[in-house]
Design a protein around this ligand. Sequence first.
Ligand code: GAL
Length: 505
Amino acid sequence: MRTSVAVLFLLPLAALAQDAGAILTPKPGPEPRINGPKVYGARPGMPFLYRIPATGMRPMRFAARGLPAGLKLDAATGIINGTTPAKAGPYNLTLRASNARGKAERRFRIVVGDTLALTPPMGWNHWYTYYDRVDDKLFRAAADAMIASGMADYGYQYVNIDDCWMMKPGSTDPTLSGTARDAAGAIRANGRFPDMNALTAYIHARGLKAGLYTSPGPLTCARYEGSYQHEEADARQFAAWGFDFLKYDWCSYRKIATGEDLADRRKPYELMGAILRKQNREIVFNLCQYGMSDVWKWGGEVGGHAWRTTGDLGLEKDTRLPGFYSIAFKNAEHYDYAGPGRWNDPDYILIGVIGNARKIGEAPRRTTLTADEQYAYMSMWALMAAPLFYSGDITRLDDFTLNVLCNAEVIDVDQDPLGKQARVARKTADEFVLIKPLEDGSVAAGLFNLADEPRTIAVTLAEAGLKGRVAARDLWRQKDLGVSQDRFTAAVARHGVSMVRLLPR
Ligand code: GAL
């Protein structure tokens, strides 16, 4: 007999409209909860830095069982520092957080070997709010905001500088017009970044990581100094400055490339990938060439940990639906190519106070996406195991934006150790269904309503790759919905989502 879940917890469709703008996720309790990845890739004998992400009342004390020799945990801050073991292999830890209200434990496996980014990187990138208006002060403020807002307690970790930190050939602005390289050929930051080492030290002192950007071409996309013919020197400089992440953006390399074949497209990334691996620090490598020559098929082979699969999300024109949907539809097709250490990157999360990529001088404004669209956006990114980089104004986060960015159960889907990107189970004019298998045998499902009115959407257990009975949990509301058989059904708001975890019973 079929048990219809619909009767158990289906909201009347008319009630959905009133949900708009609502904060769905309950605030974390005062007791500790450890968040973030359960598995973490590192290379042997390298500097190690990890801040245990945990919500709950402070002060909190941290402990770790199974910490390999060479790593040290600061019990008050939860920051682990040191050098990774020389011997490759998995190191199984149990992390513990305790406060006056209780304690929590979480397993954490450090896999020392060749692969970094065993789960999708998470952080903030300046591009879509600040463009060329960047300086040292901004990134210090961003690191502070990542901690103060609580984002770091959910696993956000990278503070990433995008374009415009270098000198700009031909500029008349005194802060940008110095010589781009010193006498020995080393790249110089522009006058707005007086001391890169001091900046990364500031970020690292908070247990966070620092990212940088350049182009394989002579100039970046914003026409600042690029790395062409200086690749070795630049990678060495980035490592010496203390950066942990590099975004490598095609830009003016198109004038250098001698053709459009696979080999031409791979060449600059192969070169930089090999150079980065020789540095004495771990640098996550983010390829940005907008998906040319099916980058998802070879990005991992050239040392990439994530690669943009499309053009800029901020430039994507809205159709009937906002631009992030079309980016997601394209990115979703490549699910077979993602896995631990190699992620499809559909670009950043643009919600909250955000700039206008088509008019970059304009002051940033609040997103025009509805609340339901924002839930759909974050759900798609988590189901697609996408790198989670917020690119709105991190210094002006409101409660609603934080609630979308910081739902621990949604982030757990993104960071699941199995590292599968959701498969597209259905795509019609009105419905989009994503199914992501998780490590514990459960499945995360996203039921997206593309239509302009509320709609009831069902996914059969067969479509979800499950059978028998399942317990459904609403991830945005963090609420158990009951047991169902045969299918899961939900009422979904216009352009919104029902995101659930289906656990076999
Ligand atoms: C684009 C890239 C953007 C941003 C910008 C900087 O090519 O896709 O993410 O990095 O360049 O100029």
